[in-house]
Write a protein of this length. Structure first.
Length: 216
């Protein structure tokens, strides 16, 4: 008669710390997600007009700033509720100006002494999102105007040529460089903030794997 026997198996060994090593990366990623470490943050190119530009530019590139327009002035102060309404109104006016390709009107954002930073950023964001072809800051104002599209050989973020204020789009190479710069800055930020945890994790991994091979 055949007797069934159980074949002895080698016991499973869990070196101290191996379970922690499995869950530690998961908890770390969850922590980073909770603190919005993976939230993409963009930026907007900001150009401030200076009369010094005309002094160093050839005569054919010297311009009068701000451009001659019938400006609608949007006064921004410390009143958040009123500023939101004014910015929404400015957005509608800018859309109408761009849709009609009006070269006689413009929008001027004026910042008073009590203005808040968020309204300054929002004004630039409106110009960026709505695709205003010409906008720049001078003193306490941001001027947004429509200019007829032109093609130039030089590539820059913002330029002033002839009598027009124009936006010159960055080249594909410049956009690719900015993308890689953002990635490297993100990696550097994470490495700088969590390098002690990273060293501790690598140390735990080394000793856990070492014990695992010694017992096997």
């Amino acid at each position: 008669m055949r007797i069934l026997t159980l074949t002895p198996h080698k016991p499973i060994i869990y070196p101290p710390g191996i379970i922690s090593l499995v869950f530690l990366p998961v908890f770390c990623l969850f922590f980073l997600y909770q603190h919005k470490a993976f939230v993409h943050q963009g930026y907007i190119d900001v150009t401030m007009w200076s009369p010094y530009w005309n002094k160093i530019s050839p005569k054919e590139y010297q311009v009068k700033f701000p451009p001659d327009r019938d400006y609608l002035t949007i006064n921004l102060d410390g009143n958040d509720a009123a500023n939101k309404t004014r910015l929404d109104f400015a957005r509608l006016e800018i859309r109408e100006m761009l849709n009609s390709k009006d070269t006689h009107k413009g929008v001027r954002f004026h910042f008073g002494k009590t203005s808040k930073y968020w309204s300054y950023v929002q004004a630039y964001d409106i110009c960026q999102v709505e695709g205003v072809p010409g906008y720049a800051q001078y003193q306490d104002d941001i001027y947004a105007v429509y200019v007829k599209p032109k093609i130039y050989d030089q590539v820059n973020s913002v330029g002033l040529l002839g009598n027009d204020l124009i936006m010159l789009p960055p080249s594909p190479e410049e956009l690719n460089r900015r993308m890689w710069d953002e990635r490297l800055q993100f990696i550097g930020k994470i490495a700088k903030a969590f390098w002690p945890i990273g060293i501790a994790f690598l140390t735990m991994t080394f000793f856990a794997v070492r014990k695992l091979f010694l017992k096997s």
